[in-house]
Design a protein around this ligand. Sequence first.
Ligand SMILES: Cc1cc2nc3c(=O)[nH]c(=O)nc-3n(C[C@H](O)[C@H](O)[C@H](O)COP(=O)(O)OP(=O)(O)OC[C@H]3O[C@@H](n4cnc5c(N)ncnc54)[C@H](O)[C@@H]3O)c2cc1C
Length: 382
Amino acid sequence: MVTKFDVIVVGSGPAGATAARGLAKKGLKTLIIEKEALPRYKPCGGALSKAVSDILDFDYRDTIEKDIRSVLFSSVKGEVKKVSPEGISVQLVSRDAFDLKLTEEAVSAGTSIMEESKVVYLEELKKHVTIKTDKGERISCRVLIGADGAKSYVARASNLIIPPLGIAFQTELYTEDKEILLRYGESIHFVFGCIPEGYGWIFPKRDHLSVGVITSRSKMAQVMPTYKRFKSLFPDLEKAEERKRRGSFIPLNRGPRPLNTKRICLIGDAASLVDPLGGEGIFYAIKSGVIAGDIIPSEIEEKGYISSRFTEEINRRIVDDFNYARRFAYFFYKNPSFFYSHPFFIGLFVRLANKELKYRDILKSLMEYKRDKRKGLQLNAP
Ligand SMILES: Cc1cc2nc3c(=O)[nH]c(=O)nc-3n(C[C@H](O)[C@H](O)[C@H](O)COP(=O)(O)OP(=O)(O)OC[C@H]3O[C@@H](n4cnc5c(N)ncnc54)[C@H](O)[C@@H]3O)c2cc1C
């Protein structure tokens, strides 16, 4: 027998859990299918910009391990710049706990969940989609949402895929040395020059450090030795125990592309909704989940299927500004220290992280800066 749902969401990460919650709240019979047992481990720096707390309307404070107010920027040459600008707030979470909280909220709203079941087959027909899991269940739905991450099966099976751009390598460092945890515990740290078109990071969690490197290059055989060289810049971390060493694709956005068919749509990493400059993906996964939760019920009610409005909304509300991010990244990675040494640009970055400004505004400010510098004028904030 085939069980029927209005919507099946594949994946219980931030994108899938948020979409499922929104849909269940609107009365749609919704099912999340997740291949792992929850809580599941996800390799991630776990840095949430302030915009995440603005977009989530429930209390997830229990999952926050650190609330950070300062940032260290440095280069491989060693000089370090510490900034604690007004308005900065970065919450650090471990993804198992944070994502579980989002999923629990979806379940409280009425979503059903099937854990440890992998979607391995799908078929889109005129009026519904049928999926099969690795346990042999067959389930059908009016709409299928692919929220199944960077290597999305749903994207591949529905021909909506582009190969992911960007690679990250991260580990978790554990040490008994309380002084080390204190030394690294106050700030998030970005290091430039250790990897092309990217950076190294050290983010403090409650009892360990998340340490890794990210590059926007889609092919990089040397990512592991690069990580090792990056880590060797910090001799005091050499003795820390490395756990969970993982290399991952990170689907940095490459521009607009179709994100839905009539019965299938993609959100989060499955739709490559990761900031192409900084690698921030959690906020955009949640935002795309919110958009799916808003649009899909009215699309089903008015048209009986998902129209191109879905892709258009995601492009308008998320992807359009990523086009400016890619252009800004070109200038940024030529000379990162110019930007992080400049109080004016630091102020803009804080407002960018808080989503009060867009990359379009930053790029405009940079162009005005170049023009005004030639004329000897003052900078004006957008
Ligand atoms: C090393 C690294 C560091 C990062 N650091 C940060 C950071 O500090 N801040 C930030 O904002 N972003 C960061 N990101 C990006 C961020 O992790 C992602 O953008 C975010 O996880 C996207 O959420 P999602 O819900 O789309 O996908 P995911 O969180 O990947 O969730 C997808 C889910 O789908 C499930 N799934 C997959 N296939 C199937 C299937 N066939 N059937 C059923 N279930 C399936 C998976 O098990 C998983 O639970 C980082 C990424 C990496 C790789």
